[in-house]
Design a protein around this ligand. Sequence first.
Ligand SMILES: Cc1cc2nc3c(=O)[nH]c(=O)nc-3n(C[C@H](O)[C@H](O)[C@H](O)COP(=O)(O)OP(=O)(O)OC[C@H]3O[C@@H](n4cnc5c(N)ncnc54)[C@H](O)[C@@H]3O)c2cc1C
Length: 502
Amino acid sequence: MDDLFDDLKNIVSERYLSDDIYIRHAYSRVVDPVLQGVPEIVIRPKTSKEVSEILKLANQKNTSILPRGGGCGEFGGAKPIKDEGIVLDLKRMDEILQLDQENLIVTVEAGVSWAKLNDYLSNYGLYTGCLGPGSGMTASVGGGVSHHSVGGGGCAKYGACTRHVVGLEVVLPTGEIVETASKTNKYTKFPFNRFGNGPDITGLFCGDNGILGVKTKISLKVYPKPQYAAYKTFLMPRKSMQLSSDIFLEMRKRGLDVYDSMYIMDLLVAVGCEYGLFPMWEGLKRKRGIMFYTIEATTEKELEKKGNQLDQLFIEKKATELGAEIEDGNIAKWHYKEQGHWLIAHNLWGLIPGFSPLDAECHTSISSYPSIMKDLETWDMEHLEDMNKVLELTGMRPISGTGPIILIGDNNVELTTGFTSFESYYEGRYHEELRELNIKLWKSMLERITKHGVSWYMMGDILSRLLVDIGAFEPQYFSFLKLIKNTLDPKHILSRGKFNFW
Ligand SMILES: Cc1cc2nc3c(=O)[nH]c(=O)nc-3n(C[C@H](O)[C@H](O)[C@H](O)COP(=O)(O)OP(=O)(O)OC[C@H]3O[C@@H](n4cnc5c(N)ncnc54)[C@H](O)[C@@H]3O)c2cc1C
């Protein structure tokens, strides 16, 4: 390892390289509470050339490389599975390289955060459409594109961030640097088009969870931010899960142009109010489900028309509009005006110190989620014994259910479900039993949801391996994926172990 460290010093200044025990441990964690492996080295390159040289060296030494953006993934992904390898922290590569204002394309380095990028674009009256994931204050554009991230602002209108990618610069696992899409024509000066000059190779790296290449530059379409916006929040009638799905479906069937729409289930509203998470709803007599919409328009007239159509739909479904201000309960205003889209996630996270998410975030069709949620109630009951063991150890039972359900592109929703439980380190003591219970429950829930046929977009190593272990992949698809992986990365240097590619 000393040799490797010295060789890396010839690529990246020692300031950005560490084998210090504290640094290595810091990079052994992401958002999920599962401690797996600790990397041997952490490196923070600044250029694509450095990334390329690191990968070439890793191939020579047969050492695994794990790309990491903001480290905000919830299923591992940016941390090693075993005590080995190099974490490649891309957050130093955070320059905004070029804004083509005429053609509305921005090119950035992959480590830039969604917040920094959109802050910059706002100076030109522009935004990225989909403002990235809810973690966009920290999460990187490279991480988002590796996950097909969607969420944050504008997801009902713009869909996943990968829809807006027009080209990439990727360092292949063996170290070659390639550009995709319009830039494959050597006479093209600036990226402008994803589709052409052959197959959609860009798409191969979108949502790859970091197994096929390291994205170093990303070109995205950007959009003028409309001048007018409106936002309304509604209190739903009782048992609103099914109704919320009906409303989302109607929005699509009627072709209503909604920027964001979200449903927050009854349980979340009730528990969240009890613990002071939703001060705006504390005064509500009935703590029922909440739904909101935000819309944008280029004229006042257009805004009014869109608002009327949506209001009509909510009234038909017997929802009651809350007041216009945030303190009146209008969370939609907070979401749009106060950048709440980057501050809202599974609201019960952090409710109590040490109460962590064991997440099950997936995409599914609008019509399917009420039955998935119903089945999760059954799953919860079926696991009463294990739930009660956690209760005995910690004094609190895990809470399963869903965080906000968000309307996204392609008539799908993002289902931010899962359960929250205490981490194994609790009240100054490590509880191995608690860790085992949590992992057992988590895997069982992920399997159950997988069997509803959902699409997982953020898989990390935890979920990608589980899907292989439970035989969820179509065999032909999985063989093809393996063939691609083996061709691009014969030594399995990149993200070793994800999808069980060891
Ligand atoms: C509070 C909170 C809210 C969230 N909300 C959402 C949401 O609304 N929607 C959503 O989709 N997700 C959400 N997430 C999950 C996650 O934050 C996002 O998916 C995010 O896009 C990950 O970006 P990151 O930069 O943190 O990536 P990381 O976690 O660092 O990495 C993610 C994966 O991509 C790989 N990777 C990272 N950068 C590169 C690169 N340049 N090249 C190749 N591979 C790379 C990593 O190896 C890893 O497998 C949320 C997480 C939190 C904590």
